[in-house]
Write a protein that binds this ligand. Structure first.
Ligand code: G3P
Length: 217
């Protein structure tokens, strides 16, 4: 399973990248706004900086919602760097645009996926990735990880090549459960990635080893 970081914060991207386990980055308009990035020039420059920091796919989201606008915006984003993946919302014109990008050799990430039917449609259009938002599904009283498993099963039966990119990850357990359920990628906040390091018995065990090491130092 690939690890992406879900942020536009350069310090956090650097910290995750320095671990040596990072395979890519996802962003969205909310994450860009959180960093205080304003204006299309600044946004494009920010994506360029991220592409230069991390070797791997970098999702850059369109904000247009009509076919022509999504295609025009996506072409500009894809021209920033070869690793840009155009992130397109799961709407009718979004599906049409994903098919256009597929036919024109541009990678896509179909975002805001909340059902298996949406994931089937995105795969039919040739999306490189689909992004089910598992944390938001959990928030609404359904089981986000179950959706990952359902999509993984359908894609396997049908032979779809689209990769399942589990998004809206809220904690380390989500990452483990998504790995079990067959996600190809997990895009996570830095805290959730670092959460994988933690176990109290590791801390207790290390303290004991270091204490005992003093006896022969
Ligand atoms: O990148 C999209 C997704 O990961 C959003 O997560 O926490 O806002 O539901 P969240």
């Amino acid at each position: 399973m690939k690890f992406f970081i879900d942020t536009a914060n350069l310090a956090q991207i650097k910290e995750a990248n320095d671990l040596g386990i990072l395979d890519g980055v996802t962003t969205n308009p909310s994450l860009m706004a959180k960093e205080g990035i304003k204006g299309s020039e600044a946004v494009m420059q920010h994506y360029k900086t991220i592409c230069e920091m991390v070797k791997g796919d970098i999702s850059a989201e369109v904000i247009s919602t009509d076919f022509a606008g999504i295609v025009e915006e996506g072409k500009k984003l894809a021209a920033i760097h070869k690793n840009i993946v155009v992130k397109v919302p799961m709407i009718k014109d979004g599906i049409k645009a994903i098919k256009w990008f597929t036919d024109n050799g541009i990678k896509t990430n179909c975002t805001l996926i909340f059902s298996a039917g949406q994931a089937i449609l995105a795969a039919k259009a040739g999306a490189t990735y689909v992004s089910p938002f598992i944390g938001r599904i959990d928030d609404s009283g359904w089981d986000g990880v179950e959706l990952i498993a359902q999509i993984a099963n359908i894609y396997s039966i049908q032979g779809f090549k689209t990769e399942i990119l589990a998004a809206s990850i809220r904690n380390a357990l989500h990452i483990v459960k998504c790995a079990e359920a067959g996600a190809d990628v997990c895009t996570c906040p830095l805290d959730s990635i670092l959460g994988l390091l933690k176990h109290p018995l590791t801390d207790i065990g290390l303290a004991k080893f270091l204490e005992d090491a003093k006896k022969f130092a």
